[in-house]
Write a protein that binds this ligand. Structure first.
Ligand SMILES: Nc1nc2c(c(=O)[nH]1)N[C@H]1C(S)=C(S)[C@@H](COP(=O)(O)OP(=O)(O)OC[C@H]3O[C@@H](n4cnc5c(=O)[nH]c(N)nc54)[C@H](O)[C@@H]3O)O[C@H]1N2
Ligand SMILES: Nc1nc2c(c(=O)[nH]1)N[C@H]1C(S)=C(S)[C@@H](COP(=O)(O)OP(=O)(O)OC[C@H]3O[C@@H](n4cnc5c(=O)[nH]c(N)nc54)[C@H](O)[C@@H]3O)O[C@H]1N2
Ligand SMILES: [Mo]
Length: 765
């Protein structure tokens, strides 16, 4: 008899079908109006060959090889949990005593699982914080540059992922939606913390039915679903700032800027205006000027400007735009354009970052908190912007500049990762690996033999989410989900919390770590905290037992539409923004005061070192977009059926315009070598008229499969991407600024080896 277990993941909520101790299928959550197909990959992942069956230690590390030793080429020696626990505890004690707490890197960025209690990164940070502290990471890969910039210019990050102007307001009031990076369907398969309901597609259909006109400004036509009937403006990647400046110039030339809003609600217009007009630097930012940079016709740029000035317009940009060198600029300039249109704070108008980046953006909801673990203190103050991890490893003793701060970089001796995949998320992986090998010891907690586990010294096998009870919750989703354990822990896998509790015991602080609660007591505790917070806001959530039995709590939808910044728009004196001027900062004295050459006091066009207009394009003439995969979440579920079905001869697809393929004698289905000076990977060629010529696109997330000679056999674009911060202000990930060349792969096709476990040595005596 099959058992049915309600559960949740970042890619959606579902009922797991369990037969004889195995997950044999999934059924979407009945309340989800548009479930994601990605849930179908869950049974494959949970029972994959690549599950780590027991703890392992790298053979070389057991022989005493520490700093500078080669990681990734060695075999792994099986050990017992007792041995593994003792080795990790002793090594942690040694590193803390000899080098200090800051020499442990435990920021451990990554998405982990949707369950809020067993969230691996939170568990590890709690453990390391209570144990004396660690070097951590701040901001994120998603919008690190944007989230550092926005507090300076809008006084908040709500415009990125808070409560933003919601879809009902757009349905009723918007006439034109200018979408930089489009409104992709693929990205809305995901909600951090687990989607109860995927409401993005139903809402987009309503907006389309209301007659809103969409413009998809993107190198990729597929960023707008067909049912939007969007106009496609194929722009050169990384040149959006120039296009927006060209629109601003056209508005000024026609005298259409909202002078009232600019004077009452904005600071610094008198400095930005002369830059747009060219009075301050001799270069008027005309549509013709912008055409030369963007390759969008000047007539189109001028037309879009006049159209936007004449209609209630919502401006939106995906998060990807700022994941580029000088990534702060397009977002800042888009805020400036929204100010010129005077739409900020008006129903259906203004600017929002990321309607197309994640499910839940714009979903009508009350301002309720999400279920979460209580924060723990980290006694070590060192925190690097997350994407500067290789610099941290490379430059001990030096100083990193970030947002006006000087961060001294500690000497990292121990790297400890749980719930993230740096060999998925970071750029220039060959360089990361060199930094990674500088540590004495690398500890990785993982359910699967992913690249970080393969490049670790001590590997601790974690359960997957289906092997434990938990609560799924996201502040941008109306459903809180009970996640029932569906199957027992596989092989010797253990919950992250339990393995850390044992190590804490060996180090003498088990009770402080567990607070003497077991899983059930923790879930009741976390739910209780959330329920109390809801009561304060006027929502009576059911008690834990009822929630657990019913499988979910639905929080009510709001009664009114929500419009971000509406109070400020109505009365800026009574409701100032949280910026130095209380207004939108089109010029920021604070940012100008940092004295960074690469980012000044107002937005401006800054050419990235790698884009189609750069001199480097002579050698590497194709701009590589490495966007989010439609077939998985980052590296997660890459071993599942949905991702597998998309591969071409086992390689990750790379999209190319037919003209670029013809010029290289390539055809659809070929295996190609994608390369630049940083590395090379294989890819499976897919021709697409909808990708702008000169641009290729390869999704992130194919498991890294280095062949030893620098070639990745599988198709992980991060062997190619450049590892620079967006600027010293944001220090965000700049993966989208990347030039490559593509050629036919003529050698014998190497096997993809990363979906089988690595070499295992004889058990130690
Ligand atoms: N080139 C390029 N690179 C990018 C991006 C890009 O656009 N282009 N995007 C960036 C962005 S926005 C992000 S957010 C990052 C994402 O980067 P990550 O969040 O690091 O990617 P994931 O593959 O989700 O990594 C989560 C890891 O946790 C493991 N895991 C899952 N559940 C558990 C658990 O219960 N316990 C333990 N111990 N482990 C678990 C999974 O197996 C997986 O290896 O990538 C970034 N990298
Ligand atoms: N299915 C799926 N969905 C996901 C994720 C996933 O792994 N899988 N990851 C989630 C995460 S962690 C995040 S942070 C979000 C990220 O959300 P985004 O950052 O918005 O996602 P991307 O797919 O990187 O980019 C969106 C689109 O922007 C376009 N684009 C790229 N560069 C440029 C440019 O310079 N100019 C313009 N105009 N357009 C450009 C690309 O064609 C791309 O399809 O996605 C989330 N959603
Ligand atoms: Mo992200």
């Amino acid at each position: 008899m099959a058992e049915i277990k309600p559960h949740a993941a970042h890619w959606g909520s579902f009922d797991a079908v369990v037969e004889n101790g195995r997950v044999t299928g999934v059924r979407p959550f009945a309340r989800d109006p548009s479930p994601s197909t990605l849930i179908q990959s869950m049974p494959d992942a949970v029972h994959a060959r690549t599950r780590i069956d027991r703890p392992y230690v790298r053979a070389g590390w057991l022989r005493g090889e520490r700093r500078g030793s080669l990681r990734g080429g060695d075999s792994f020696v099986p050990v017992s949990w007792d041995q593994a626990t003792r080795l990790v505890a002793e090594e942690t004690g040694r590193v803390r005593a000899e080098f200090g707490h800051a020499s442990i890197l435990g920021g451990s960025y990554g998405w982990s699982s949707a369950g809020r209690f067993h969230h691996a990164r939170s568990q590890l940070q709690r453990f390391l914080g209570l144990g004396g502290g660690f070097t951590t990471q701040v901001t994120n890969y998603s919008y690190g540059a944007g989230m550092t910039l926005m507090p300076h210019i809008l006084g908040t990050n709500d415009v990125i992922q808070g409560k933003v102007t919601d879809w009902p307001s757009i349905v009723k009031h918007t006439k034109l939606m200018l979408c930089f990076g489009g409104l992709p369907l693929k990205n809305a398969l995901i909600t951090a913390g687990g989607a109860g309901a995927h409401e993005y597609v139903p809402w987009l259909r309503q907006v389309a039915a209301a007659g809103v006109r969409f413009v998809n400004i993107s190198p990729f036509r597929g960023d707008a679903p067909d049912f939007l009937q969007a106009e496609w403006v194929p722009i050169r990647p990384n040149t959006d700032t120039a296009l927006i400046l060209g629109m601003a110039h056209a508005m000024l030339a026609a005298g259409l800027e909202d002078r009232g809003f600019l004077s009452t609600h904005c600071a610094g217009w008198e400095k930005l205006r002369p830059y747009i007009l060219g009075e301050s630097d001799g270069t008027p930012k005309t549509p013709e000027w912008a055409e030369a940079i963007t390759e969008v016709p000047a007539a189109t740029i001028g037309r879009l400007a006049l159209e936007a000035a004449g209609l209630p317009t919502m401006l939106t940009a995906t998060w990807s735009l700022q994941r580029a060198e000088h990534g702060e600029q397009p977002w800042w300039m888009l805020v400036a354009l929204a100010s010129m249109l005077g739409g900020i704070g008006k129903p259906g108008q203004g600017v929002v970052f990321g309607y197309g980046s994640m499910n839940g953006m714009g979903t009508p909801r009350l301002n309720l908190p999400s279920v979460s673990m209580p924060a723990t203190r980290n006694p070590v103050g060192t925190a690097i912007p997350v994407s500067r991890v290789t610099e941290l490893l490379e430059r001990p003793g030096e100083v990193l500049q970030y947002n006006g701060r000087h961060i001294p970089l500690p000497d990292i001796r121990m790297i400890w990762w749980a719930g993230g995949n740096p060999f998925h998320h970071h750029q220039d992986l060959n360089r990361l690996l060199r930094g990674w090998c500088r540590a004495d010891t690398v500890v990785v907690q993982e359910p699967w033999w992913t690249a970080p586990a393969r490049h670790a010294d001590i590997v601790l096998p974690a359960t997957t989410t289906l092997e434990r009870n938990d609560i799924g919750s996201s502040s941008s989703d109306r459903f809180v989900r009970a996640m029932h354990q569906a199957i027992p822990p596989q092989a010797q896998a253990r919950n992250d919390h339990d393995m850390l509790a044992d190590i804490a015991e060996a180090l003498g602080f088990r009770d402080r770590f567990t607070e003497q609660r077991d899983e059930n007591a923790w879930l009741r505790h976390l739910y209780g905290r959330w329920r109390t917070a809801c009561t304060r806001i006027g929502f009576d959530a059911p008690d834990f037992d009822r929630f657990w039995a019913e499988g979910y709590v639905e929080t009510p939808p709001p009664e009114e539409d929500f419009v971000l910044f509406s109070d400020f728009a109505r009365d800026p004196a009574a409701h100032p923004l949280n910026t130095p001027s209380g207004k939108v900062e089109l010029f920021s004295e604070t940012i100008a005061g940092f004295g960074y050459a690469e980012i000044g006091g107002h937005p401006r066009w800054q050419a990235p070192s790698e884009y189609l207009g750069a001199s480097a394009a002579a050698r590497f003439p194709l701009h590589l977009l490495s966007y989010q995969p439609a077939t998985r979440l980052h590296g997660q579920l890459d071993q599942g059926r949905v991702a597998a079905a998309s591969k071409i001869q086992g390689r990750e697809p790379i999209l190319m315009h037919p003209a670029d393929a013809a010029a290289r004698g390539l055809s659809d289905g070929d295996v190609v070598r994608v390369f630049n000076d940083r590395g090379a990977c294989l890819g499976g060629l897919r021709l697409d008229e909808g990708i702008r010529a000169g641009v290729v696109a390869m999704a992130t997330g194919a498991w890294w499969d280095p062949a030893g000679d620098g070639l990745d056999r599988h198709g992980n674009p991060n062997v190619l991407t450049q590892d620079v911060g967006t600027s010293r202000l944001g220090q965000g990930c700049a993966a989208q600024s990347c030039l490559v060349q593509v050629e036919r792969f003529t050698a014998a096709l190497p096997e993809v080896t990363v979906f089988t476990p690595p070499a295992i040595a004889e058990e130690a005596a």
